[in-house]
Ligand binder design. Structure first.
Ligand code: HEC
Ligand code: HEC
Length: 222
């Protein structure tokens, strides 16, 4: 179901401009952050490994092999993005009740160490369902100007590895049902921890079929 036309993006003619401005402003804001704050404070991979034992119950020993549905793969994910999520899950800004008890006691240093550790692990590999390849590729690489959907590659990179220094997450190899769930949560606004509404804007006009195609497509990207 598409959201009502009146919400957020009112006029068709304005859509393309809005999206272009959005991509520009998010990219330049991220670049500024990366330049001004420099690299993230250093976490220790070794210390992170010891602290990650508790995470393995759900994220698996390699960070990429959960047995539960809808648990994201964390291997090779960007540190800046990981730290941001840990902060926001702890603060209940991003609501993950299942994981909340495991982050409640984490200090700033713990989060940096855990992020350094998961970022150091091998990135996941997945596969795209053939029937979803074409639509997924089209939306990922070109977006849909008529619907006001920005091309994903502008921020998540052509190979799906994201832009780690800007905090734009890697999507390649990610669990398909998890990606589908996140896109739907952004679309409904249940997940609203994206800076400048960026993912809520991008997903606002995607229908379920388009979301399923994108979720399958990014799993196979590398
Ligand atoms: C009881 C299961 C469980 C445990 C234990 C757990 N997590 Fe999670 N984690 C989840 C689920 C489920 C999600 C996805 C929630 C959603 O749908 O938004 C998640 C999401 C995340 C995310 C966001 C990833 C992304 O791509 O946005 C990070 C980072 C994360 N977990 C790190 C950790 C760390 C570090 C630990 C250990 C301190 C941990 N988790 C322990 C279940 C768990
Ligand atoms: C203008 C930049 C931008 C564009 C364009 C963009 N994204 Fe994103 N995306 C982001 C940012 C930034 C985040 C991280 C939000 C946060 O901090 O929680 C994100 C997060 C996500 C996530 C959640 C990842 C996770 O591990 O939980 C998914 C899935 C996603 N984007 C898919 C897409 C798809 C599919 C498209 C194209 C239809 C797209 N994005 C277009 C910037 C963008």
């Amino acid at each position: 179901m598409r959201p009502p036309k009146s919400t957020r993006i009112p006029r068709k003619g304005a859509i393309i401009v809005t999206i272009q401005n959005l991509v520009k402003s998010v990219l330049s804001a991220a670049l500024l952050t990366a330049l001004s704050s420099g690299v993230l404070a250093e976490g220790s991979v070794q210390a992170g490994q010891a602290k990650a034992a508790a995470c393995a119950a759900c994220h698996g020993p390699t960070g990429n092999d959960s047995v539960l549905p809808n648990v994201p793969k964390l291997g090779g994910q960007g540190e800046r993005y990981l730290v941001k999520q840990l902060h926001e899950i702890k603060a209940d800004i991003r609501k993950v009740p299942l994981m909340a008890p495991f982050v409640a006691a984490l200090s700033e240093k713990d989060m940096l160490d855990l992020a350094a550790y998961f970022a150091s692990l091998e990135a996941p590999r997945g596969a795209v369902e053939k029937a979803k390849l074409e639509l997924g590729r089209k939306l990922y690489s070109a977006g849909d100007a008529k619907l006001g959907v920005a091309a994903c590659l502008a921020c998540h990179a052509p190979d799906g590895k994201g832009i780690a220094s800007a905090g734009f997450p890697a999507l390649s190899g990610q669990d398909t049902p998890y990606v589908e769930l996140q896109l739907k949560s952004f679309r409904s606004g249940d997940r609203n921890n994206d800076q400048s509404n960026v993912m809520r804007m991008v997903s606002a006009r995607l229908n379920d079929k388009e979301i399923a195609a994108l979720a399958s497509y990014v799993a196979g990207l590398h």
